[in-house]
Design a protein. Structure first.
Length: 316
């Protein structure tokens, strides 16, 4: 159940109209890394987490709801940046504040060219935000990443918050309005806060590596193939020990020769059989644990999503 408060979470303000920046800001309204995408991603992820991870369900729903609040802030800011457009489109008299920006044919054409990525914005919306990105491409559900495995979903969310933070950072360079910058700074900072929340939630799930249930095949886990010509770079990603498993990297300097020598990576190293049997054992054990984790959390008999007695217990 959602309850809408008409007050914005953050007091968004705009000092003057700016249709060019309003067009750019659509990226965070209906774009791939925008607030609607984030809200729907966390909202859809929450359902699979409800029974086995009720605490993470609470986290995902709280952040999803906050993202809807941020969508509201972005939409309100876009609307304020288009102050006068809606009325001007309905009354051709040069009375509105927006005409100071669109004074004369040359100025109008300049504004259209500045917003060339999405010139139909004002034409189709009549001065209101639409669920498109700054290019005019409609919002799409393919933006959403929800895999049903909480560790995978949380990692997707960490990446999503990182991308959204960067978009706000870029957007701040295209406006001189101190009020708008203040709003963007708030939204950017909340992306960082959500990054921390998802990172902390992931750390509470053990094991959370590798993603999913099945362990990695020990024959291929630590190989680094030098597949580019010229000077080769070395670093902690291909020398020393792997950061999570602690296994040592196997740097394959000549991949083509290695593949031929091993019959297409089929020849097994000495001692690998023991490690493969251990991996198979872990696969079976972890499969039972993960399966039981979910099935044991599911209620017996009639399924009921909510409890209305206030104490979190099922009513009999």
């Amino acid at each position: 159940m959602f309850h809408h408060s008409k007050d914005l979470q953050f007091n968004a303000r705009v000092s003057k109209p700016d249709p060019r920046f309003a067009t750019l800001l659509l990226e965070q309204f209906g774009g791939e890394n925008g607030e609607l995408a984030a809200a729907m991603q966390y909202f859809s992820q929450a359902f699979a987490a409800k029974q086995p991870f009720p605490d993470k369900y609470d986290l995902l729903m709280d952040i999803a709801t906050e993202e809807f609040s941020h969508l509201e802030i972005v939409g309100a800011t876009i609307q304020m940046l288009l102050k006068g457009v809606n009325g001007e489109l309905k009354d051709a008299a040069d009375q509105s504040e927006i005409m100071g920006v669109l004074d004369g044919k040359a100025a109008k054409e300049n504004i259209i060219h500045q917003a060339m990525s999405n010139p139909q914005f004002g034409v189709l919306s009549g001065g209101g935000p639409r669920l498109t990105n700054s290019q005019g491409v409609p919002w799409c559900a393919s933006y959403i990443h929800s895999n049903g495995d909480l560790t995978v979903d949380l990692r997707s969310n960490i990446a999503s918050e990182s991308r959204a933070k960067l978009v706000y950072e870029y957007l701040m360079q295209f406006t001189d309005d101190p009020y708008v910058k203040d709003t963007l700074s708030f939204l950017m900072t909340r992306e960082v806060a959500h990054f921390e929340m998802f990172q902390a939630a992931l750390a509470t799930i053990e094991p959370n590596y590798p993603p999913g249930v099945l362990q990695a095949d020990p024959r291929f886990t630590n190989q680094y193939f030098n597949l580019s010509q010229g000077e080769s770079a070395r670093g902690p990603w291909n020398e020393g020990n792997m950061p999570i498993t602690g296994k040592s990297w196997d740097y394959i300097a000549e991949p083509l020769a290695h593949v031929k020598e091993t019959q297409g990576l089929q020849d097994r190293e000495k001692g690998i059989e023991k490690e493969m049997k251990l991996t198979e054992k872990m696969n079976k054990e972890l499969s039972k644990i993960k399966s039981a984790e979910i099935t044991s959390a599911e209620p017996k008999g009639v399924a009921q999503w909510s409890n209305y007695d206030g104490n979190g217990q099922e009513k009999s």
